[in-house]
Design a protein around this ligand. Structure first.
Ligand SMILES: C[S@@+](CC[C@H](N)C(=O)[O-])C[C@H]1O[C@@H](n2cnc3c(N)ncnc32)[C@H](O)[C@@H]1O
Length: 314
């Protein structure tokens, strides 16, 4: 039986498992093990055979996962950025992966722990580092970037229409005091943008998203990493990715199309510069999204999109 964590409900669990098609004896990697919800279900399907690698850059999450998964013997957990997977793999006797899950974003535990500084609703230090060994916090970023850089950040990673106004207000505010807490920033953005009557979404949501992406360099190297995973998949091996915002989903979608040999440059005929090499088969023509029932039970799942591919070859 799959035990649901009280602090993070795995999103699209059944859909992810079905697409991962776990086969006993294989090597499966969960690149974002979090509190181990998906991992536990994968390990149960592995049935004590094969091998499981779990990675997370958040030591606190990994400690919880270790506790939850301690009844399984065929697993190794690594505190690392998943971009180090090729390095981790180089220490193993196996060269190929039979299935890989990447459940991007933050866990509910990270979101609701005030001291981690991810949440708009909890007052805490404006931190947002997934890995506490990282050097730069969100507060430091707000004080280091100039107005143009802040504007660009809020536009690029938050798609925030009031980016310029918010950046200007931050620059004025930081002359008189440090923006140190989540509340300092949330209130400043609310003052600049106001609140839409009746809206349950906080006006600072996009600014928080942009800062989190930048602090954790969430998009940098994602495409290259997905490519590296596909390279290491065994024939018939599967990669399943769950993303939570359109910027991530766009990277995943385009990379999958490129790896499936499709054109993503949209230049006509001979002018096309895409490699057109078919390395994978796309298993999800449209992204899989949570049912109304799942969203009702776990509102944080509402923006999830799942895409999956299978490696071609014999
Ligand atoms: C949505 S949660 C995963 C939840 C997990 N599937 C479960 O069922 O409990 C995302 C996790 O990915 C981790 N994470 C995000 N980016 C990462 C990266 N580049 N390398 C390693 N871990 C990362 C976060 O620290 C977080 O714990």
């Amino acid at each position: 039986m799959v035990c649901m964590s009280v602090e993070h409900t795995p999103v699209l669990l059944n859909e992810a498992l079905e697409l991962l098609d776990v086969r006993p004896g294989g090597l499966y990697v969960d690149c974002t093990v979090g509190l181990g919800g998906h991992a536990e279900a994968i390990l149960e399907r592995l049935g004590g055979q094969g091998q499981f690698l779990g990675i997370d850059r958040d030591q606190a999450a990994l400690d919880r996962a270790r506790e939850r998964l301690n009844r399984f013997r065929n697993l190794e957990l690594y505190h690392s950025n998943f971009k180090n997977l090729p390095l981790i793999m180089s220490r193993l006797s196996r060269e190929t992966i039979d299935g890989c899950l990447i459940d991007l974003g933050v866990s509910s535990m990270q979101l609701t722990s005030a001291d981690r500084g991810f949440s708009l609703r909890e007052t805490g230090p404006l931190d947002m580092r997934m890995d506490l060994d990282q050097k730069i916090t969100a507060s430091q970023l707000l004080h280091q970037l100039n107005e143009d850089q802040l504007t660009d950040l809020f536009r690029r990673y938050g798609e925030e229409p009031s980016a310029r106004k918010i950046a200007a207000a931050i620059v004025v505010e930081r002359r008189v005091r440090r923006l140190q807490t989540t509340r300092d920033l949330a209130e400043l953005v609310e003052r600049v943008k106001g609140r839409r009557p009746g809206s349950r979404i906080h006006p600072a949501t996009q600014v928080f998203q942009a800062l989190r992406i930048e602090v954790n360099q969430e998009l940098s190297g994602l495409e290259e990493f997905l490519e590296a995973v596909i390279q290491r998949l065994s024939p018939g091996g599967r990669l399943v990715v769950v993303s939570f915002h359109s910027l991530e989903d766009r990277v995943v979608k385009q990379l999958f199309q490129k790896q499936a040999g499709r054109c993503i440059c949209f230049r006509p005929g001979d002018a096309c510069i895409c490699p057109r090499q078919e390395r994978v088969r796309i298993l999800t023509k449209k992204p899989v999204v949570p049912s109304a029932q799942e969203i009702g039970a776990n509102p944080r799942s509402r923006s999830a999109k799942l895409r999956a591919v299978e490696k071609i070859g014999v």
